[in-house]
Ligand binder design. Sequence first.
Ligand code: NAD
Length: 434
Amino acid sequence: MAIQDKTRTIPGGIAETQINPYAMMLQQLDMVREQTDIPAGIWEILRRPERALEVSVPVTRDDGTIEVFTGYRVQYSSARGPCKGGIRFHPGVTADEVKALAGWMTWKCAVVNIPYGGGKGGVICDPTRLSRGELERLTRRYTVAIFPLIGMRRDVPAPDVNTNSQTMNWIVDTAGLLSGEAVPGIVTGKSLELGGALGRREATGRGVMVAALGVLQRLGMDVTKTRVAVQGFGNVGSISAQLLAQCGARITGISDVSGAFHCPRGFEIDDVLRYVATSPGHLLAGYNGRGVEEIKSDEVLTLDVDMLIPAALEAQITARNAQDIRAKIIVEGANGPTTPEADLILGERDVIIVPDILANAGGVVCSYFEWVQNIQCFPWEEEETNQRLAQILQRSLNEVWTLAEKRGISLRLAAFVLGVERVASAIQLRGIFP
Ligand code: NAD
């Protein structure tokens, strides 16, 4: 499979590639292979999803016409436990993207050592063109289509891009009606009233904060003297910024799709959060706090800071801007924010990157807690969630850091080696049926 679907030339003459995500994941696996002695036959298993389903999803639009959407659910691996992974509603969803995302979920769950395999789902659609009623009908019909695959002990979806707790509520209701029994553990990320977990909204940002503090401590850096830029001020970015600011860090750059802002003395994050709570589209545009200046959107990535937290979209740090990044530490809140080319450039410059499969794993760890609470029918206090989440992420960072130091490899490669070896070991322990 070609890893580069297309090559486009960016002004300045540097070639930047548009990546087929599944080919990119396979390329990452090839790098892991050089670091392990996993037998060849097991590699063949690791390189393919266990099961991939494509479904047609007919929806009656509000005007009475019928539109048929295409959806997917991929179960990459169930070797370590039920498959786990979100459902994405986006026009750019492809079969290969869902396969890759399901693979990355597999390695992510293994890195943080929670008893899950990996899965992912998606529907090719533009949710901004759909009314609430159309979205509900799409979600319920998609649930029916993937119902043979999902289940509390089989495959547990969650929110992803353009899906949220309401989407999960519709799924849990539809699955309950189909099965004739309460099935709260069939999805995570539900509303609290339907069995959602306290602390889930903050969990990914909290994990980013724990990872960031862990790295600072290992480098002997004082959090109160650390300047941080955060790209993306949605769920992950805003909570990461808020929690790090509470620890004393100075958040000097923030951005979202509406604009980017610089404040050398440090933003008053609670003030920014109050602003976006009521601003049009909950966006930063028009924010005007003390000492705040507006900058160009991309500049947030290249500000003079100690730590950069990309928490917006994939492929933001590229061959085009990697050379200009001044942060010495990058903590990947987003999934796939750094292209492989940029990774190489940053590696040569000794920039420390806490990879996405570790840094943003707080979300799936809290999803795991939600599922445990659903199985036990026993909700936890938020404090318990936060404490256990911090423990798991600190332990995982420690394991990844130690392996990286021992082998002289990047944190990204170390995280992949750890995750893939755990999955390989589970496959070998089970043996090959029959
Ligand atoms: P979100 O929609 O709440 O926030 C995304 C933010 O990025 C918004 O503020 C948006 O305006 C901003 N943004 C979009 N395009 C931008 C651009 N070009 N420049 C600057 N900002 C831009 O989404 P989220 O849940 O915070 O997810 C962010 C990233 O984190 C995604 O990659 C997601 O896959 C990943 N992630 C999220 C979770 C979770 O629990 N929410 C868990 C793991 C990983």
